[in-house]
Design a protein around this ligand. Structure first.
Ligand SMILES: *[C@@H]1O[C@H](CO)[C@@H](O)[C@H](O)[C@H]1NC(C)=O
Ligand SMILES: *[C@@H]1O[C@H](CO)[C@@H](O)[C@H](O)[C@H]1NC(C)=O
Ligand SMILES: *[C@@H]1O[C@H](CO)[C@@H](O)[C@H](O)[C@H]1NC(C)=O
Ligand SMILES: *[C@@H]1O[C@H](CO)[C@@H](O)[C@H](O)[C@H]1NC(C)=O
Ligand SMILES: *[C@@H]1O[C@H](CO)[C@@H](O)[C@H](O)[C@H]1NC(C)=O
Ligand SMILES: *[C@@H]1O[C@H](CO)[C@@H](O)[C@H](O)[C@H]1NC(C)=O
Length: 430
C-alpha cells in the first residue's frame, strides 16, 4: 500500500515538473511535447542511438574546445605534479565545509538534477561531470526550450553583474548560446560569490523535453568555454574556501522508490556507501596533454568473474552520459562472454536477453565493481531481448583506448571526485 502510494507520488512529481513549467510559460502550440521515456519504450533501439549520438557529439565538441583553446590552467598543472599518493583522504575534512543535496532522476536514470539558485532565483540543474560550463535560460530568450523552463531575470537580482562575453556550447544533439553574467550561485549550504555563468539567449529544441533548466559542468576549468576556462562552480567554492576540495555522488535507480540520489559537495555521504573508497589518480588527456576530464586508468573488465585481460585502457567518468560507450572491439569482447548477446549490425548496438544474469565488472584501483545485470538493459526490442547499455562506437583518443563510463556503471558505486591531487574514488553502495 505504502509502496504503491510512493510510486504514485514519485511519478506525480516527475509529471508535475512538466505541467508546472508549462503553466508559467507561453503555450507551445507548434511544439510536440514528447516525453523521451515513452518514446524509449516504443523504440528502444532508436532511443539508444539517440543517447549514443548525444554523448558522441558532446565529446566531439569537447575535443574542438580543447584544441582551440590554449592552456592557462596553472591550477591543474600544480595539482597534477604533486605526489601521487591518492590512497585515502590524507587531510581531515572539515564538517562545516560539506553539504548534501538531493538529486532526482531525469527520465529513467538518464541523468540527475538538483537545485541551485543564481541571484536568489531557483533552477533545476543537470549535474554533469563530463563538461564544465554552467548555463541557464535568460528571461528574454524566446526559444521554445527556454519558455518551458525556469529562466534568469537580470532585473530581479540585486547581485547580478553584467559581463556580456558571448559563449556557446554543443551538448548532446543540441546547442545553447548567449552571453556571460556574474552573480552569486548557491548550492546546498554554500554560496559561490561572483561566479561567471552563461545566460542562454538561444536554446535548441531538444532541451524542451529535459526536466532540468540548465547544466552544471563539474569537470575541470580547462573545459569551460565561458570566458575561455573560467573557474567552475566547484573551483570557485574551493578558491573561496567554502568547501573541502571534493564532491561525491550517489546515483539512485528509478526502480528503487525509497532510494534517494545525493550529491555531497565538500565531502562524502557516509550513509550511502560501505567499506573503503579506492582512489584512482586523474590522468591527462592525450588530446591536449592536460587534465580536463575525470579520466582514470581502467585495470580490466570481467564477465561472470572471467577476466578479459584488457590492458592500457582509461575511462572518462561522466554522470551526464546515460550509457557506457566503448571502442567497437572492447564492446565486442565483453559481449562475447554474455550468453545470447548479438550485434545488431544495422544499428551497431548489442542486443542481450532481458533476463540476462551475466555480471559485467569493471576493475579500478585493483577492485572489481559489479554492474547489476538490470543496469545493462537500455530497453526492450522485443518480448525477450533488450538493447545493451554497453554500446560500441567510441574512439575519442584515436587509439581506441578510452572508455566513456556513465550512469549504468555509476549507479552501482558511490563515486568521489577529489579536486586537489585529482582522483576519482569508488566505494560499494550500501
Ligand atoms: C607546469 O609546472 C611546471 C613547474 O611546476 C612548469 O615547469 C611547466 O612549464 C608547467 N607546465 C604547463 C603546461 O604549464
Ligand atoms: C537578452 O539579453 C541579453 C543581455 O542580458 C542580450 O545580450 C541579448 O541580446 C538579449 N536577447 C534578446 C533575444 O533580446
Ligand atoms: C561559438 O563561439 C566560438 C568562440 O567564441 C565562435 O568562434 C563560434 O563562431 C561560435 N559559434 C556559434 C554557432 O555561435
Ligand atoms: C538560434 O540557433 C539556431 C541554430 O544554431 C539558429 O538557426 C537561430 O538563428 C538562432 N536564433 C537566434 C535568435 O539567434
Ligand atoms: C530467459 O528467457 C528465456 C526465454 O523465455 C528462457 O529460455 C531462459 O531460460 C531464461 N533465462 C534465464 C536465465 O532465466
Ligand atoms: C578503432 O576502431 C575503429 C572501429 O572498429 C577502427 O576502424 C579503427 O581502425 C581503430 N583504430 C585504431 C587506431 O585501432
Amino acid at each position: 500500500m505504502e509502496l504503491t502510494f510512493m510510486k504514485f507520488a514519485f511519478f506525480f512529481v516527475i509529471f508535475s515538473a512538466f505541467i508546472i513549467h508549462n503553466v508559467n510559460a507561453k503555450p507551445l502550440h507548434s511544439i510536440k511535447l514528447i516525453k523521451r521515456g515513452s518514446s524509449r519504450n516504443m523504440d528502444s533501439m532508436e532511443y539508444a542511438k539517440y543517447l549514443r549520438d548525444s554523448a558522441m557529439n558532446k565529446y566531439k565538441y569537447s575535443k574542438e574546445v580543447m584544441k582551440k583553446s590554449c592552456s592557462k590552467s596553472s591550477n591543474n598543472n600544480k595539482s597534477s605534479s604533486k605526489s601521487k599518493s591518492n590512497k585515502g583522504n590524507s587531510k581531515v575534512l572539515s564538517k562545516n565545509k560539506q553539504s548534501t543535496i538531493d538529486l532526482k532522476d531525469i527520465q529513467f536514470d538518464d541523468a540527475y538534477f538538483g537545485a541551485i539558485t543564481i541571484g536568489n532565483q531557483n533552477f533545476n540543474i543537470l549535474m554533469d561531470t563530463g563538461s564544465s560550463d554552467l548555463f541557464v535560460p535568460n528571461t528574454n530568450c524566446t526559444s521554445p526550450a527556454c519558455r518551458n523552463h525556469n529562466s534568469f531575470d537580470v532585473k530581479k537580482s540585486k547581485t547580478f553583474k553584467k559581463e556580456g562575453n558571448p559563449w556557446n556550447v554543443t551538448f548532446g544533439t543540441g546547442s545553447a548560446s548567449g552571453v556571460t553574467g556574474i552573480d552569486n550561485v548557491k548550492i546546498g549550504a554554500f554560496t559561490a560569490e561572483n561566479m561567471i555563468f552563461g545566460l542562454t539567449d538561444n536554446l535548441s529544441d531538444d532541451f524542451i523535453n529535459l526536466e532540468s533548466d540548465g547544466i552544471l559542468g563539474m569537470a575541470f576549468d580547462r573545459l569551460n568555454t565561458l570566458d575561455n576556462q573560467a573557474p567552475t562552480l566547484i573551483t570557485t567554492l574551493i578558491n573561496q574556501k567554502k568547501i573541502n576540495p571534493l564532491f561525491s555522488f550517489h546515483l539512485s535507480r528509478i526502480s528503487n522508490f525509497n532510494d534517494q540520489g545525493t550529491l555531497t559537495i565538500g565531502g562524502v555521504d557516509n550513509t550511502k556507501f560501505q567499506g573503503k573508497i579506492t582512489f584512482n589518480p586523474v590522468i591527462k588527456t592525450s588530446i591536449v596533454n592536460a587534465i580536463a576530464f575525470w579520466l582514470i586508468n581502467v585495470d580490466d573488465a570481467s564477465v561472470n568473474k572471467k577476466s578479459l585481460n584488457f590492458k592500457g585502457r582509461n575511462a572518462i567518468i561522466d554522470t551526464g552520459t546515460s550509457t557506457i560507450i566503448l571502442p567497437d572491439n572492447d564492446a565486442a569482447k565483453i559481449h562475447s562472454q554474455i550468453p545470447g548477446a548479438v550485434l545488431d549490425t544495422n544499428a551497431n548496438m548489442f542486443v542481450i536477453p532481458c533476463n540476462t544474469t551475466s555480471t559485467v565488472a569493471f576493475k579500478f584501483g585493483g577492485v572489481d565493481f559489479n554492474i547489476n545485470p538490470k543496469d545493462l538493459l537500455l530497453g526492450p526490442v522485443d518480448g525477450q531481448n533488450c538493447v545493451s547499455a554497453i554500446v560500441p562506437g567510441f574512439n575519442f583518443d584515436g587509439k581506441n583506448l578510452t572508455w566513456l563510463v556513465g550512469v549504468p556503471f555509476l549507479k552501482n558505486v558511490y563515486s568521489v571526485f577529489k579536486v586537489d591531487n585529482p582522483a576519482v574514488g569508488f566505494a560499494r553502495n550500501k
